[in-house]
Design a protein around this ligand. Structure first.
Ligand SMILES: Nc1nc2c(ncn2[C@@H]2O[C@H](COP(=O)(O)OP(=O)(O)OP(=O)(O)O)[C@@H](O)[C@H]2O)c(=O)[nH]1
Length: 199
């Protein structure tokens, strides 16, 4: 039976003498959670320095995925708060975050709905934006590890959405148990597609 344990950590805890990471030696997978609606949020540190929260999440993500403790481990990125994001992106451009400065989608005049679960040929701005962010993280992860990042878009206040994401995590664990031991170069042939999303 899968066992979940939520441990809240802070990027500052990843300093050189970080001992607590050794606690994670029997972990099967890392679930890394990022709030989609953080792209226009800023936080001020003790020195009065203001930083974009999405950029801080990216830095933390980079530190975790390249940490030796998590080498060869599967990562599932949860992009949370899709509901807030879908509303926000209609008002606040995604380019507000420097990392997303090349987001210039072509939007059809007839956008039928903004439901993130719907599959249609006229995706909403929210769908385009969340997909774009997922691909940003996937490319970053692939460039750092040569591996494939799994992504799940979630509405954290809906238990069903969280359950679906955890179910996806279980499936990934199952695949990785069944996966033959490819060398990393062979495996990377399968790594760059942007298709492994769970919605
Ligand atoms: N609308 C919406 N609210 C959410 C979602 N997930 C969490 N929240 C709410 O967001 C608020 C803050 O939650 P978190 O972002 O998890 O908390 P946090 O990490 O302490 O927040 P910060 O450190 O300030 O970013 C709480 O009131 C949650 O109920 C979501 O998917 N959609």
């Amino acid at each position: 039976m899968a066992r979940y344990q939520l441990i809240r950590v802070h990027a500052r805890g990843l300093g050189e003498n970080c001992k607590w990471l050794e606690m994670f030696e029997d972990v099967g997978m890392v679930i890394f959670c990022v709030s989609l609606s953080d792209y226009d949020q800023f936080t001020v540190d003790g020195n009065g320095c203001s930083s974009n929260k999405m950029i801080l999440s990216r830095k933390f993500f980079e530190a975790i995925v390249t940490h030796p403790t998590f080498e060869q481990m599967d990562f599932l990125l949860i992009l949370n708060k899709i509901d807030q994001f879908e509303e926000k992106i209609e008002q606040v451009p995604l380019t507000k975050c420097d990392w997303f400065s090349d987001f210039h989608p072509t939007i059809s005049r007839s956008r039928p709905n903004s439901n993130s679960n719907s599959i249609n040929h006229n995706p909403s701005l929210g769908q385009l934006g969340s997909h774009y962010i997922a691909v940003k993280f996937k490319r970053l992860y692939s460039s750092l590890t040569g591996r494939k990042l799994y992504v799940s878009v979630v509405k954290g206040l809906e238990p069903g959405s969280v359950d679906a994401s955890l179910k996806y995590a279980k499936e990934i664990l199952k695949w990785s148990e069944e996966r033959p031991n490819f060398s990393s170069s062979e495996y990377s042939m399968y790594s760059m597609d942007a298709s492994s999303f769970s919605h």
